[in-house]
Write a protein that binds this ligand. Sequence first.
Ligand SMILES: Cc1cc2nc3c(=O)[nH]c(=O)nc-3n(C[C@H](O)[C@H](O)[C@H](O)COP(=O)(O)OP(=O)(O)OC[C@H]3O[C@@H](n4cnc5c(N)ncnc54)[C@H](O)[C@@H]3O)c2cc1C
Length: 442
Amino acid sequence: MSEDETLWVAVVGAGPAGYYTAEALTKANENARVDILEKLPTPYGLIRGGVAPDHQSIKNVSRRYEKTSLQDNVRFLGNLEIGRDLSIAELMELYDAVVIATGAPHDRGLNIPGADKAGVVGSAAFVGWYNSHPDFADLEPDLKVDSVVVIGNGNVAVDVVRVLAKTAEEMAHSDLAPYAANVIHPAPIKDIYMCGRRGPIDAKFTTKELGELGQLTHCSTVARADQLPGEVTGVADKELGAKVKNLNHLKAFVENNPGGKPRTLHMEFYARPVEILGDDRVSGIRLERTTVDAEGHCIGSGEMFDVACQMVVPCIGYRSEEIDGVAFHQDWGLFPNDEGHISDHLYTVGWAKRGPSGTIGTNRTDAIAVSALILAEVTAHGKPGGRGLDALIEARSLNIVRFKDWKKIEAAEEKAALGVAPRVKFAHISDMMDIVNDKNDS
Ligand SMILES: Cc1cc2nc3c(=O)[nH]c(=O)nc-3n(C[C@H](O)[C@H](O)[C@H](O)COP(=O)(O)OP(=O)(O)OC[C@H]3O[C@@H](n4cnc5c(N)ncnc54)[C@H](O)[C@@H]3O)c2cc1C
């Protein structure tokens, strides 16, 4: 292959969407060369910094991404932030196509009075904190509280309540950040409320995740019989089996004894947050009872009730971060696109493209489709590609983390593991870079 035939693609973001894009492009076109540019020194996006620390089997999907990284026609360049170290315009000059795969790292706002009080900690920050994400490692949430309200009825809310409810023993096989374990496990938390504005059948959590809430050694999960229907109605056939299983789990939770264990998880449906109460700090949350009509609309009843709590964790969705020079849809919190196409030679995949939806595998289907579009629309133009990027990196003295450097970080994290834990993650970029730059350890 001559240099002129090389199709140079830069993928911004080394999460699932970025990796599946690199995999799909290089599988479909032997002339494609993909550079994956990542702001952190570590790859894998939310697989490392979002997926729950006690769900290690899910995190194992990163092995597939490692294989992609090790291909000759793919490079990982970490510690390189687009918008800080390099602009999108510069990348567009260097590459035939640029793909934004930066995910949706910010919490959607909880737009109710009092949402800015101390003690309201969005799930992006809270999950990032317990997962050693460098952006949130210094969050220091105050967990000297006896009651926490988690808002949301999806798997992120379930993850948060489970991590708050499990004991040190139950987390032994996890990579929960030790500084988080030191705060969560001795916390005086007695009550955790998981509040959803819709009903139990509308809830988005999946059966396996819901079922785990019934198996906690230290926490009694309770649901209210008066909020559960006798049977599942009004759902599509393909959803019926899972919804019936969910309802069975919830019915079993009705039998549990609140206060029967040191912590109690209260499943509260038909409850919409309207105000965070307290002075500077949260002292409670006001919720409105709702009903859900036949079309699935959530309707406020006007009946209010308060729950005392000192911490609120909204798990209500995410927004992407704007990038200079790329159009952004403020209401949707993502880059407006047509099936992944943003503008000439500029594309997007994953959560940056479609918002926070689906499973990890959804990003693969998505990436395959966007890659096919790129290959149909873009041809090689003899662009400088990776060599041009390397020259720019050198000119700016950027301290890039290559995949072999990441493997050093990974090895050090695994070496630091205690007992049956898989690793202790570095939470600060400076510590990661110390490992990368350690000349004795190369
Ligand atoms: C708390 C939580 C738990 C989850 N648990 C599960 C689960 O158990 N099972 C499941 O199927 N799905 C789960 N998901 C969903 C799954 O994580 C997402 O579908 C997936 O990570 C989205 O992939 P992405 O590549 O679009 O974004 P991300 O995974 O967020 O990756 C984006 C990457 O881009 C990088 N980046 C951002 N900005 C820049 C920039 N300017 N320059 C360079 N790099 C940049 C980020 O650092 C990051 O590495 C979970 C999500 C969350 C939030």
